[in-house]
Write a protein that binds this ligand. Structure first.
Ligand SMILES: Cc1cc2nc3c(=O)[nH]c(=O)nc-3n(C[C@H](O)[C@H](O)[C@H](O)COP(=O)(O)OP(=O)(O)OC[C@H]3O[C@@H](n4cnc5c(N)ncnc54)[C@H](O)[C@@H]3O)c2cc1C
Length: 410
């Protein structure tokens, strides 16, 4: 079957799955073979991982199988670890088999970036996949249970203390879930909420720069009212088994807690650096306007591993599921055009806004210049999730994966 052009897509996240799903509709079975490679047999809606981390959603609520989405005869899923990419010989080495390609789409997503902070990898939880998110949920509940069922003289107050490093989008959405969940845990274990400490330490000077000052202040006020204490412009330099050590304008500090969570940064897959060398910064490669690699017009780099600079701008767009999905659509269309000997189109990012969830019933949406808060913003977030599911997996799967049901089930 090697006579058909081979299209290999690495990563079944928003970008890769969207490319595969759209391409299998655009290309006739005789015209190409599509192989979608991922270490997992399922897609994960990363944008909901913070819900899993506080037990407000289950792993099965935020994931679904790839096989029903990517189907024979001209598309298949290969569950394997991508080990390396040999650009010269146009081969991808995986743990299962070597894949020769005519067109390659690299969509390997993000990994947690701890910037070399001592002890952060070992001692803090990260939100990278739902196994880690579930571990956070279990750990927090275990600490509350331990506190409640220990003799009052031997209780460890740090069991009720949670430290979050980083105040970016992930950290803020996680804190929003905590504001929802902590009162329920206190009620369940008969613990006074006044004993719980929820602190966020962040190097950021400006809180949530993707929002206006007023919107960002609204979010910070909501979380502060829910018991979160913020320490901004504070540089964490070490994580110990039960503390963050950090420095701010007032000097050196150490905050203690039995739950440490790091949300302070992500970078693109390490395979990017191994493949493209020094051109890669924090796992991201600056791509051409059609999302290809400079000098390699058959290799597309999309999603969190791509640094795409819109025309007229001097900085790469941020990494979000929104842009990853749009890149997937554009890449599928461009590969289909190339196979049909038609010219490619440049990618244009259409930013329709940002929705930040603050637990299950609250949030802030900034869309097309409008600000929506409260319950309506959360409905909007669920709608966006359903729409994204539709784009990357089709109507049937979007319905089957219950996002639509969640939308109307309030
Ligand atoms: C808690 C949280 C909340 C977020 N909220 C939002 C939000 O509200 N809105 C928004 O737009 N964005 C949000 N984001 C960001 C968004 O999730 C990412 O930008 C998006 O997931 C990037 O999509 P992607 O397809 O590039 O990569 P990913 O979704 O990370 O997919 C990469 C895929 O590659 C696979 N893979 C990686 N390495 C290998 C390998 N070596 N071998 C085989 N397979 C491999 C992985 O298993 C994965 O399936 C959030 C992120 C987090 C963590």
């Amino acid at each position: 079957m090697r006579n058909r052009p081979q299209i290999v897509i690495l990563g079944a996240g928003y970008a890769g799955l969207c490319t595969a799903h759209r391409l299998q509709k655009k290309v006739k079975p005789g015209n190409a073979m599509i192989t979608l490679v991922d270490r997992r047999s399922y897609h994960v809606n990363n944008i909901s991982l913070h819900e899993v981390a506080l037990g407000n959603a289950l792993a099965q609520d935020v994931s679904y199988d790839l096989v029903p989405v990517v189907r024979e005869p001209h598309a298949r899923v290969l569950q394997a670890e991508v080990i390396s990419i040999d650009i010269e010989n146009q081969v991808v080495h995986t743990s299962a088999e070597d894949l020769a390609y005519d067109y390659l789409v690299i969509a390997l997503g993000f990994v947690t970036e701890t910037f070399g902070i001592k002890g952060m990898d070992e001692h803090a939880f990260h939100i990278e996949n739902f196994i880690q998110s579930e571990a956070i949920s279990r750990h927090i509940e275990d600490r509350f249970r331990e506190y409640a069922f220990t003799d009052s003289l031997q209780r460890d107050p740090l069991d009720l203390s949670i430290l979050v490093g980083g105040s970016g989008f992930t950290g803020v959405e996680l804190l929003g879930e905590m504001v929802d969940r902590i009162p329920l845990l206190c009620k369940k274990y008969g613990i006074s909420q006044s004993l719980v400490s929820l602190r966020c330490v962040s190097a950021d000077k400006k809180f949530l720069p993707m929002f206006t000052d007023k919107q960002a202040q609204y979010i910070m006020d909501y979380l502060s009212d829910g018991g979160v204490e913020f320490y901004m412009d504070a540089m964490i330099n070490e994580a110990t088994p039960n503390s963050f050590k950090f420095k701010d304008k007032n000097g050196e500090h150490e905050f203690k807690a039995n739950t440490l969570i790091w949300t302070g940064g992500v970078s693109g897959s390490p395979i990017m650096k191994e493949t493209f060398g020094d051109a890669v910064r924090r796992g991201r490669l600056v791509v051409n306007q059609d999302l290809t690699v400079p000098g390699h017009e058959n290799i597309f780099v999309i999603g969190d591993v791509a640094a795409f600079i819109s025309k007229g701008s001097d900085r790469p767009e941020g990494t979000t599921a929104q842009i990853a999905t749009q890149m997937g659509t554009a890449t599928a269309d461009n590969i289909a055009r190339t196979l049909a000997h038609r010219p490619r189109h440049d990618f244009v990012f259409k930013n329709s806004g940002t929705v930040c969830s603050l637990g299950a019933r609250h949030g802030l949406a900034s869309v097309y210049g409008f600000t929506i808060t409260g319950f309506l913003s959360m409905r909007l977030k669920k709608f966006v999730e359903t729409l994204t599911d539709y784009k990357i997996s089709g109507l049937y799967n979007a319905i089957k994966n219950t996002r639509l049901f969640k939308l109307i089930n309030f």
